[in-house]
Unconditional design. Structure first.
Length: 299
């Protein structure tokens, strides 16, 4: 049967409870002589965004209780399809997360929306494991690998402490078949999402927009090539002169970068520079110079 009555229902698109119109309804009642129970299937449409969903109401008539002389309350459970993890916003730009890690993250969201607490706990732990695998962080157990995430500079010590808490929760679910509390899972999900954003998403978003520290040689070489275009053939300077203001982005790793750069020059793998003279600065430090060997002018 159909009807035009309205009710409050959670809307997946609006991500909150909104007014809905009941487009159609089907009722089912159990045999009251057996167990008094009713189920209502309602096709509802959000009055805000017009999205349509299925609302199923389970009414436990047998468990009704009285709250006043003429008023009874019937306990009911409401489920809306398609299901969605309520009051949660999925990570934006999740395509920046590696495929395997992203798959596990999405499966965790599915288990959470199905209220599968033990599987959700195990999935969150597996998400941390998959991040370590992708970053090639090795160790005999997850505790060691989480600590290595800190020493490798991917996360802070406080972040590691929170990841250890998720490890404990996952271990309890795996070994004691202990389901964590709903609030604990919500916080654990936020922690794992913070890990994914910090390791995979924010570095990509910041690249090109913020002057981030460079700790990979290939990025150093790319930035060096960009700056060499501002100089002419025969110019001879230390590296900091070529980088100008961007020197602050590479100076933390400059010793290893310069060593690899010289190796590449000597092996003819970097053709824009040749190794020049060495100076001694006021502090007595040896300063290596480099000579612009090739400069292509673009019109």
């Amino acid at each position: 049967m159909s009807g035009q009555n309205t009710l409050k229902n959670f809307c997946n698109e609006c991500d909150k409870s909104t007014n809905h119109t009941v487009l159609a309804q089907h009722d089912w009642h159990s045999d009251p002589n057996d167990y008094s129970y009713a189920q209502y299937h309602k096709l509802v449409k959000c009055l805000g965004c017009d999205s349509v969903s299925l609302r199923i109401e389970d009414h436990e008539i047998e468990s009704a209780y009285q709250i006043s002389d003429d008023e009874w309350v019937v306990p009911q459970t409401i489920t809306t399809f398609p299901k969605k993890l309520q009051n949660h916003k999925k990570i934006d730009n999740d395509y920046l997360i590696p495929q395997l890690v992203r798959n596990i993250y999405n499966e965790v969201l599915l288990t959470l929306q199905e209220d599968a607490k033990i599987l959700s706990s195990l999935g969150l732990r597996a998400c941390i494991e998959s991040v370590c695998n992708h970053l090639e962080i090795t160790g005999g157990n997850l505790a060691i690998r989480i600590n290595k995430l800190t020493t490798a500079g991917y996360i802070s010590k406080k972040d590691a402490e929170r990841l250890h808490a998720i490890r404990f929760m996952g271990n309890d679910s795996a070994h004691e078949i202990k389901a964590p509390k709903e609030d604990s899972l919500k916080i654990a999900l936020e922690i794992v999402e913070h890990l994914l954003k910090s390791v995979f998403i924010l570095p990509e978003q910041a690249n090109g927009y913020l002057d981030t520290i460079i700790d990979q040689y290939q990025l150093f070489e790319t930035l060096l090539e960009k700056h060499l275009s501002n100089f002419k053939t025969g110019d001879e300077y230390p590296l900091y002169h070529f980088f100008e203001k961007d020197w602050r982005r590479v100076q933390d790793c400059i010793s290893s970068f310069q060593t690899e750069l010289i190796e590449n020059i000597n092996n003819s793998n970097f053709a824009l520079l040749e190794v020049g003279k060495k100076d001694i600065n006021k502090k007595g430090d040896e300063i290596q110079h480099f000579i612009i060997k090739k400069h292509e002018v673009t019109e």
